[in-house]
Design a protein around this ligand. Structure first.
Ligand SMILES: *Cc1c(COP(=O)(O)O)cnc(C)c1O
Length: 216
């Protein structure tokens, strides 16, 4: 089933869209099934769980942290993480830079844009993102590479809401890119809305339940 789902999703998307298989709460066995189907990029939302999986699973897997990043745990993923999606403060960026430096690495990350109105969501406004990007230049943080932005659409049955949010995100992304051309990645779209996201310029989708089944 996992193999079939991976193939179906891959066949339905363009080559320039990166599929991140979100494997949080799923077993090594399930991850290996996806891996054997050719999937090499996996996303997790808890640093400890991701680190355990990193230690046990093949070393050519690229691990993405898609959840909210707690700054005190950054050190545990700094030796190996490939991309950190959910950065939403300059403080976390500075810690990420420090830990990356200790490991002699440059770590790629994304800034999280808050696009939905739900107040529980993490993330930054467009203005806050601009201010952080300007600070990075000033502070000369050499061990991080802010490669783009990520966003999470509203959890709603009403897809018109999601269409509006993704449209707005694309416009913000394009506008940020003119001032900061290093921004290349737009991480947007999950199981329920990845098709809409791709139609609105997403080039990185984070798909969990559609591949692995519901999380219990
Ligand atoms: C869990 C999660 C996903 C995957 O969600 P599905 O609806 O299962 O595809 C994607 N992005 C983030 C940030 C997540 O936490």
């Amino acid at each position: 089933m996992i193999t079939k789902r991976i193939k179906e999703i891959r066949d339905s998307i363009n080559k320039d869209v990166e599929l991140v298989a979100v494997s949080k709460t799923k077993s090594n066995k399930e991850i290996l099934e996806a891996y054997n189907a050719g999937q090499k990029v996996f996303g997790e939302n808890k640093i400890q769980e991701m680190t355990e999986k990193y230690e046990e699973l093949p070393k050519d897997i690229k691990w993405h942290m898609v959840g909210h990043v707690q700054s005190n745990k950054i050190k545990y993923m700094a030796p190996y993480v490939d991309l950190v999606h959910g950065i939403d403060s300059l403080k976390s960026l500075k810690i990420l830079n420090k830990e990356a430096k200790k490991n002699n690495r440059v770590i790629r990350c994304l800034l999280q844009l808050k696009i939905s109105d739900e107040f529980t969501k993490f993330g930054l406004s467009k203005e806050e993102i601009e201010s952080i990007l300007n600070s990075i230049n000033i502070l000369d943080l050499m061990n991080i590479n802010v490669a783009g932005i990520m966003t999470i659409g509203s959890f709603t049955e009403n897809m018109d809401v999601v269409v509006k949010e993704f449209d707005k995100t694309k416009k913000i992304f394009d506008s940020l890119k003119t001032a900061f051309p290093n921004l290349k990645i737009l991480s947007m779209g999950m199981s329920n809305d990845y098709k809409i996201a791709i139609n609105h310029g997403s080039n990185m989708i984070r798909v969990g339940s559609l591949i692995f089944g519901k999380r219990i």
